[in-house]
Design a protein around this ligand. Structure first.
Ligand code: ADP
Length: 414
């Protein structure tokens, strides 16, 4: 390739000459410059810098284009500096110039486009990546798309200005699968409930008939037969009881009440009232955190969660120890709150902590402690229904802490 040398001293020719050299650089016919004039060298250096920025932008554009998710680099004023096809394609033939135009063209619901603006603006203040937001898009050609969007300020300036990366993942298909799964789960719950109910009827008939046979036989019944009838009766009653519990567990997994905001303290107090007698009898020390978050939940069900955990906390504290039950909540590093019920009871060996939530699973071998292995299954059902998490940390001999989360509905803080 040629090398260009500028040497003309006539100032009137400077500009034209420079333009020619710059033109040659743009066309790529010249790539090296030998310049004898420092002023012009400065101008050319600036031009070179600009060209370098354009090259970097083109490279960045190529990377962004290759990313499988929708990505846009947006200046603080909302102007889209760079975006890939996936980001624009949802808008059809329109090419919005700003993020706000993009949002209004898709009637973005986050739940509102104001929410989107707030999330975007906040990304310039936070050093941490923002929490991904579930967003509904309504393209003009119809239908509804579900995206998960995240906003992250770039660590470098782009074109001399601060910019943020806006990324969106289409989760419409996954959403559809989740809906199908929820329907199947609901169907299963109804089936379980119906099966438990229907299977109870023949068992009740067996019990009645055993009672009738006893009456008919009167004193004529031999010891062996009496024992046999007794076993049939006891087993049938156990099965009836278990079927009743299966029905109960399945009902707790169903959406039966509206979700509303409930103060944490009210839910805990309602649960404590259910066990006031036992708490008094055992002279339990109860400590409830004075933090006052509100839970967006099915209130009666969350009361049941606290009630089951409090009941276990007392039940699994040895009789010679004063039960200490602590009910509280703490910040969840992932957002929201973590609720807990802590006791100073017998604890659970580490290898069994997950089994505790299984239906009819009892870990305690103490015959004096009654139970059916259902309480924690119900707790898990209810927390699953709220799309939260439940787990236990325990130290045998010292006590257990049961934790759970209840994700809160997104608040449009924009
Ligand atoms: P149940 O108490 O009727 O047996 P749960 O489903 O409530 O049924 O609990 C399952 C098992 O988990 C219990 O049998 C017990 O072994 C263990 N467990 C539950 N809560 C506690 C606790 N707070 N401390 C120690 N063990 C517990």
């Amino acid at each position: 390739m040629a090398s260009a040398t500028t040497h003309c001293a006539d100032p009137r020719l400077r500009l034209r000459e420079l333009e020619e050299v710059v033109g040659a650089l743009r066309r790529g016919t010249v790539d090296t410059l030998v310049c004898e004039d420092s002023d012009r060298l400065l101008v050319l250096r600036e031009y070179e810098l600009e060209r370098q920025r354009e090259r970097q932008l083109a490279e960045l554009g190529a990377i962004v284009e290759a990313v499988p998710t929708a990505v846009a680099v947006v200046w603080r004023n909302g102007q889209i500096r760079l975006a890939n096809r996936a980001f624009f394609d949802v808008c059809g033939p329109t090419r919005p110039a700003t993020l706000w135009e993009w949002a209004s063209c898709l009637q973005v619901d986050i739940p509102s486009s104001r929410g989107l603006q707030a999330c975007f603006t906040r990304s310039f203040e936070d050093s941490e990546p923002s929490k991904p937001q579930e967003v509904i898009l309504r393209p003009r050609d119809g239908g509804q798309l579900h995206w998960v969007m995240s906003f992250q300020r770039l660590p470098i300036q782009l074109g001399g200005r601060p910019a943020a990366m806006v990324a969106g993942n289409d989760i419409t298909y996954q959403k559809h699968l989740i809906d199908e799964l929820s329907d199947a789960k609901l169907h299963m719950e109804h089936f379980l409930n119906a099966a438990a109910h229907d299977l109870s009827a023949p068992l009740i008939t067996i019990c009645h008939n055993v009672t009738f046979a006893r009456l008919e036989l009167g004193t004529a019944v031999s010891d062996g037969l009496a024992e046999c009838l007794g076993r049939i009766e006891a087993t049938s009653k156990d099965m009836l009881d278990m079927l009743g519990q299966v029905g109960r567990v399945s009902r707790f997994g169903q959406d039966t009440e509206p979700r509303e905001l409930h103060p944490f303290r009210e839910l805990v107090d309602a649960a404590l009232r259910q066990h006031q007698g036992t708490l008094d009898q055992r002279q339990a020390v109860v400590v409830v955190s004075d933090r006052l978050p509100e839970l967006f939940c099915q209130g009666n069900k969350i009361v049941q969660v606290f009630a089951n955990l409090i009941s276990n906390a007392i039940k699994y504290t040895p009789a010679d120890r004063t039960p200490r039950v602590e009910v509280g909540c703490k910040e969840d590093p992932g957002g929201g709150h973590i609720f807990f019920v802590r006791d100073n009871g017998i604890g659970i060996p580490q290898e069994h902590v997950d089994e505790a939530f299984e239906l009819f699973r009892r870990l305690s071998s103490d015959p004096a402690v009654s139970g059916q292995g259902v309480g924690l299954t119900i707790v898990k059902r209810i927390i699953d229904l709220h799309r939260g998490r439940v787990w236990v940390e325990s130290e045998p001999g010292k006590g257990s802490t049961f934790y759970f989360t209840v994700p809160q509905r997104e608040v449009d803080s924009g």
